[in-house]
Ligand binder design. Structure first.
Ligand code: NAD
Length: 242
C-alpha cells in the first residue's frame, strides 16, 4: 500500500487526531519561516530578535520586527492546507490543532479547535501590569507602543526563545497528544521544544505519527509515515482519497 493510502486509513480509523503545525504550513500563504527567506530582517537571526533579552536591550528594534511581521500577516490568506484541516475538523473524529504559529491563519480558515502554543501576534501584554489585550494597530505609529491605561511599554504576547510556555496550555497539549491515536505533524522543523516532544507522546502511548515536510527532520526516523512535499499538495492528495 502506498503512503497516501496508508495515511488515509490511519486517519479514517482514528478516534482522535492531534495535529501539530509549524511555520511550514503558513509558508505557502507567504509568511516566511524563521529559517527561510524574509526580506530585510534576514540579517538578524530570529534568536536575536525574538527573545526577552533583545526586547530589554532594544524594544524599538524588536517592535519594528513584529510590526513588519504583523503587516505581512495582515495581508496574507490561509492556503489549501489550512482549509483542508478546517474541513477535516468537521469530517474526521476529534481533530484538534496545536500550532506553534502566531499568525492566526488556522482560525481564519475556519478551524475552531485550535491551541496556540506560542501565543498570537495580535495580542500584547503590558510589561508592568501583565494585562493581556488585543492590539491591532497596523502599521504601528509610535515605537515602542504603550499601554493605554498605565503608559508602560507593551510587548507582543508571544512566547520568545528562552521563555516558558503557559503551563495550562502545555498540559492540555500534552494530554491531547498522549490520548490521540494519530499525531499529524505538518511543516515544523521539530527543533523547538517542548513542541517537538508532543508527537513522541502519541507514539509512546501506542499511536502513530504521520509527518509532512518538504525535507526530513529529526522526527522523520520516528514517523510511521513520512510524506515529503509541500503541505498543501500532500493534504490535497490525502483529501482526494478520504
Ligand atoms: P521553522 O521555521 O523552524 O521550520 C519550518 C519547517 O517547515 C521546516 O522544517 C521546513 O522544511 C518546513 N516547510 C517549509 N515550507 C514548507 C511547506 N510548504 N510545506 C511543508 N513544510 C514546509 O518553524 P517551526 O518549526 O514552526 O519553529 C520555529 C518557531 O518560529 C515556532 O516556534 C513559531 O512560533 C515561530 N514562527 C511562526 C511563524 C508563523 O506564525 N507563521 C512563522 C515563523 C516562525
Amino acid at each position: 500500500m502506498n503512503n497516501f493510502k496508508k495515511a488515509v486509513e490511519f486517519l479514517k480509523d482514528a478516534n482522535s487526531i492531534a495535529v501539530l503545525t509549524g511555520a511550514g504550513i503558513s509558508a505557502e500563504s507567504g509568511v516566511p519561516t524563521f529559517r527561510g527567506r524574509g526580506g530585510l530582517w534576514r540579517k538578524y537571526r530570529a534568536e536575536e530578535l525574538a527573545t526577552p533579552e533583545a526586547f530589554k536591550q532594544d524594544p524599538v528594534l524588536v517592535w519594528k520586527f513584529y510590526d513588519y511581521r504583523r503587516q505581512l500577516i495582515s495581508k496574507v490568506q490561509p492556503n489549501k492546507a489550512h482549509e483542508i484541516l478546517a474541513k477535516w475538523e468537521k469530517g474526521l473524529k476529534n481533530l484538534t490543532i496545536v500550532t506553534q504559529n502566531i499568525d492566526g491563519l488556522h482560525q481564519k480558515s475556519g478551524s475552531k479547535n485550535v491551541i496556540e502554543l506560542h501565543g498570537n501576534i495580535w495580542e500584547v501584554r503590558c510589561i508592568k501590569e501583565n494585562k493581556i489585550f488585543k492590539y491591532e494597530e497596523n502599521p504601528i505609529k509610535e515605537f515602542p507602543p504603550r499601554c493605554p491605561d498605565c503608559g508602560s511599554i507593551i510587548r507582543p504576547n508571544v512566547v520568545w526563545f528562552g521563555e516558558s510556555l503557559n503551563p495550562e496550555i502545555l498540559s492540555l497539549s500534552f494530554s491531547l497528544f498522549e490520548n490521540s491515536d494519530i499525531a499529524l505533524v505538518i511543516g515544523t522543523s521539530s527543533v523547538v521544544y517542548p513542541a517537538a516532544h508532543l508527537p513522541l507522546l502519541t507514539k509512546k502511548s501506542g499511536g502513530k505519527i504521520i509527518e509532512i515536510n518538504i525535507e526530513e527532520t529529526s522526527l522523520t526516523g520516528l514517523s510511521d509515515i513520512f510524506l515529503k512535499g509541500k503541505a498543501s499538495e500532500i493534504l490535497k492528495g490525502i483529501d482526494s482519497l478520504i
